[in-house]
Design a binder for this molecule. Structure first.
Ligand code: AMX
Length: 454
């Protein structure tokens, strides 16, 4: 079937049986030893959440239902328009399908699914109006969370709950909300970009025959046929840009459950807040500089460093000196370190590969070259500095500079694209949370006196 919900229904019974077994037979099984360090240390390393679609191994990085990034790039369907193009990237909607069902979708299923998403892309007028009324100075991430919260007005789950529904039907309404929300993200992203930087000018249109990332790119003005192409991209550059959005969004879709945006979405959803309010909470978390906002911080950092080095970007000693200055002023090196990873982030590697595969664009791009150089020098400096448990680059250290290359230069905007992509995993999990009927999340806190007396 080309209907995602029908496919999901076929996998639910088996999963539910396994879940029931875990719940009934293994609930008292001990997993981890809780320490005071973890209680006061951001619960780091605590295996305390249930998340099915992706996991993060400290050494290997993310896998999606057990598949590596490269395997996903090989197997998951691409745009039907570029089937024979070896540089065409996997589609985020293929990743969404896979994350949600654990099944590899066929090309036909994805062609139809892209269409469904495009058909639901239009924003209600009140959302446009509220976005139009916001001050241009408002951070794009705040605008994003407002737009997503507003859509709670559309929630079929919230309405059904108010009416009264059996618990085991809740997921079906959540499913509808999730698909509706993800469909509308390109239009929200486009509106925020146009309002913040182009006085509300219409930069592109939704093409119902095109995929989600293509439409997102069009709506911010980066395609040749469906938008004003205000960056004057050549056809091949525009194609690259769309593929960058596809790759970026598919890769950033999920990173297990403990990261702030995923965890926040899951936590808020556990109180049966609808998917719009739940994901809006996730977006608020993504807006922090230690999490998603690192994407904007890195680009500013790289540009500043390039200016300061003033033509000496190949000088390793100068780069080292620059990094030490930053560390000695007690600021972090953005794009380095990770809560879980202990090796270079494979998402970083995939994005760098995207640039390396396009030497005609990136061989002479000084920013891109500096990002690569930094990834060789910074780990040594951070290791000598001796604080971070992971001196290697994370995903944010590369992606922004590639967007920048194609003309997306508004750094405050980068995290908004991250925000569109991160919807895939946490919202898929939210559907499963309701399928399993998971309870409200409610850990217990401890006060200092109690901890001190242990
Ligand atoms: N530069 C300098 N110091 C760093 C550092 C970096 N890139 N990464 C970690 N450290 C420091 C921490 O600030 C901490 O110092 P403290 O003891 O004085 O508080 C110490 O090293 C130990 O931290 P950690 O256990 O290695 O990391 P963590 O799990 O507490 O934090 C992270 C992880 C990502 C927040 C941290 O590495 C960081 O701040 N990195 C820079 C910001 C960044 O790139 N964030 C994006 C992460 C990916 C994402 O979510 N998008």
């Amino acid at each position: 079937s080309s209907d995602l919900k029908a496919v999901l229904k076929t996998v639910i019974p088996k999963k539910l049986r396994l879940f029931e077994h875990v719940k009934k037979d293994l609930s008292s099984h001990q997993i981890d030893i809780q320490t005071v360090g973890s209680v006061i240390g951001g619960m780091r390393g605590n295996k305390a959440m249930f998340w099915d679609a992706s996991s993060v191994d400290p050494n290997k990085g993310v896998t999606f239902h057990g598949l590596s990034i490269e395997e996903c790039q090989d197997i998951l369907p691409k745009s039907k328009m570029e089937l024979n193009d070896p540089k065409s990237e996997l589609l985020p909607e293929s990743m969404l399908w896979f994350l949600l069902t654990g099944c590899i979708p066929s090309q036909e299923q994805i062609d139809d699914f892209s269409k469904t998403l495009a058909e639901h892309a239009q924003l209600p007028e009140y959302v446009n109006k509220v976005l139009d009324s916001l001050p241009k100075s408002l951070h794009p991430m705040t605008q994003l969370s407002i737009a997503i919260s507003l859509l709670n007005n559309e929630s079929v789950f919230a309405k059904a709950y108010e009416r009264g529904i059996p618990k085991d039907e809740a997921w079906e309404y959540v499913f509808e909300d999730v698909i509706n929300l993800i469909s509308k993200l390109p239009a929200i992203v486009g509106k925020i970009y146009s309002n913040t930087y182009y006085n509300g000018k219409e930069l592109g249109v939704i093409n119902k025959d095109k995929d989600w990332s293509y439409n997102l790119s069009s709506l911010i003005g980066f395609t040749v046929d469906d938008s004003i192409n205000h960056k004057n991209l050549s056809r091949s550059q525009s194609k690259d840009f769309v593929n960058l959005v596809r790759l970026y969004c598919a890769l950033h879709g999920d990173h297990e459950g403990g990261n702030v945006s995923a965890h926040a979405t899951h936590l808020v959803g556990s109180s049966l807040s609808d998917p719009y309010l739940s994901y809006s909470a996730g977006i608020q978390g993504l807006a922090g500089p230690l999490h998603g906002l690192a994407a904007q911080e890195v680009v500013r950092f790289i540009l500043e460093m390039k200016d300061t080095l003033d033509g000496e970007v190949d000088n390793d000693a100068k780069i080292e000196e620059y990094l030490w200055k930053r560390l000695n002023s007690k600021r972090v090196i953005p794009g380095y370190g990770h809560g879980v990873l202990r090796k270079p982030d494979p998402r970083f590697t995939a994005i760098i590969k995207f640039g390396n595969n396009r030497p005609e664009e990136f061989a002479k791009d000084r920013n891109f070259q500096l990002v690569k150089k930094l990834s060789q020098i910074a780990p040594g400096v951070l290791a000598k500095h001796g604080k971070t448990k992971n001196p290697f680059p994370n995903v944010d250290s590369s992606s922004g500079i590639l967007f920048y290359h194609y003309g997306l230069k508004e750094t405050l905007f980068f995290t908004v694209i991250f925000g569109a992509s991160r919807s895939l995993g946490p919202l898929s999990q939210l559907i499963w949370d309701r399928i399993y009927g998971l309870p409200i999340e409610r850990p217990t806190s401890m006060d200092l006196k109690t901890l001190a007396s242990l």
